[in-house]
Design a protein around this ligand. Structure first.
Ligand SMILES: C[S@@+](CC[C@H](N)C(=O)[O-])C[C@H]1O[C@@H](n2cnc3c(N)ncnc32)[C@H](O)[C@@H]1O
Length: 259
């Protein structure tokens, strides 16, 4: 990562380059709840939207599903994941948008997507949810884990301010939604809500980093941040925003069912 790109690079890739592997707002713990709720079995064909560095992919694969397909828009991430999972016949990684996977109708039992809808404009969120609905079999489940806002009646002004602060610091047009708004989007595309889990948005808190990454990796991340001045500046800015809006920002994991 060179100094000229670091000021414009999306926040999650800066964290990834510092060694962070868990990039979702509710951390490993919320991912585990989501995956437990999805009750993955060896009969399941799974599609994961935006596998990124592949942490959830490895959790899903530990359940020995019949098939796993990752759909990742970032070419480098898709290529790295392909290498990482190389040699397993029931696995494929597609380098394309989750809005247009090219997969056939009703080909999957479970679709999972974490920290990827938040960064889409509202019409694009709906497009991706519609695609999940299309590729799921009847009775199939869609699990999401995204950045949320609370309470449900949060004012438009503060919502707008948070969105702007996130856009400025993460360099992503992050548009977190309230629990009610996330549910409404899913219901509008035909899903029924089965489960909702909630967790504080503590992505950059030391205790969460240790719980997500372990002590050794946390020390390595800390060292990398200390020795990369510009990355440190960006991460400190992100952390300040997360702390400032701590009482409004939250992580939601939702399991929705295709009737
Ligand atoms: C914040 S990272 C989250 C990665 C991973 N899901 C995790 O939770 O650690 C966002 C990921 O979404 C991917 N992404 C963004 N828009 C996408 C789209 N339309 N289709 C597929 N992947 C997308 C990015 O390339 C990136 O890997």
């Amino acid at each position: 990562m060179n100094n000229s790109t670091i000021n414009t690079e999306q926040g999650h890739w800066i964290l990834a380059k510092m060694g962070k592997r868990v990039l979702r707002p509710g951390g490993k713990e919320l991912t585990e709840k989501l995956i437990q709720g999805l009750r993955i079995s060896s009969d399941d064909s799974i599609v994961e939207f935006a596998p990124g560095l592949g942490y959830t992919a490895s959790v899903l694969l530990s359940k020995h599903p019949k098939k796993y397909i990752g759909v990742e828009i970032n070419e480098e991430a898709a290529l790295n994941l392909t290498h990482k999972l190389n040699g397993m016949s029931q696995i494929a990684v597609l380098n394309c948008s989750a809005a247009h996977t090219g997969l056939s109708d009703a080909c999957s039992d479970k679709v999972v997507g974490e920290a990827m809808l938040t960064m889409q404009a509202d019409h694009r969120k709906s497009e991706i949810i519609r695609e999940a609905f299309r590729i799921l079999k009847n009775g199939g489940q869609y699990g999401i884990h995204e950045l949320g806002l609370k309470p449900d009646d949060i004012g438009d002004d503060i919502k707008h301010t948070i969105q702007q602060s996130l856009a400025q610091t993460i360099k992503v047009n992050a548009r977190p939604l309230t629990k009610q708004e996330w549910c409404t989007l899913l219901i509008k595309e035909g899903f029924a809500i089965s489960e909702i889990y909630e967790s504080p948005m503590h992505l950059l808190r030391a205790s969460r980093v240790i719980s997500d990454e372990g002590i050794f990796r946390t020390l390595k991340i800390g060292f990398n941040i200390l020795t990369h001045h510009r990355a440190r500046k960006r991460i400190v800015e992100m952390r300040k925003v997360f702390e400032k809006y701590e009482s409004q920002m939250v992580a939601y994991a939702i399991i929705a069912r295709k009737p």
